[in-house]
Structures are given as structure tokens and as C-alpha cells.
Ligand binder design. Structure first.
Ligand SMILES: [Zn+2]
Length: 65
């Protein structure tokens, strides 16, 4: 199984689907049962359950430590 879903605070995530603003890259701003991510294109922040987020991530770009 490909292990490319390791992210932490500050990780940049590329999503499968584009945000309505046109961006597809987000950064992790809070960890917990729900993860808070911020769109790097429009600055919008959203909470998303970890299990949902894992399904939406295309690739972890950086910050994978
Ligand atoms: Zn956006």
C-alpha cells in the first residue's frame, strides 16, 4: 500500500478536486479528530474529518516528516 498520506502541521497537500477558487493546494493549520486546512490560493480555512481528508488528498507535497 502506498504510504503517501502522512502529513503534519504545515504540510502542503495537493487535492484531487480543485477548490471553487481554482486552487488545489492546501496547508494543514490544525491537527485533531478534525483537521483544519487552509487553501493557499484564496486563504479559506475549513475543518474536515481526517478520514474524509485522506480520501481527498492526491499528494503530500512537503512537510512529510
Ligand atoms: Zn480556495
Amino acid at each position: 500500500m502506498e504510504n503517501n498520506k502522512n502529513y503534519t502541521l504545515g504540510s502542503k497537500l495537493q487535492m484531487k478536486k480543485k477548490h471553487p477558487c481554482g486552487g488545489d493546494t492546501w496547508t494543514v493549520t490544525r491537527l485533531g479528530a478534525d483537521i483544519k486546512i487552509k487553501c493557499l490560493t484564496c486563504g479559506r480555512e475549513v475543518f474536515i474529518p481526517r478520514i474524509e481528508l485522506n480520501k481527498k488528498i492526491k499528494k503530500v507535497l512537503e512537510g512529510d516528516k
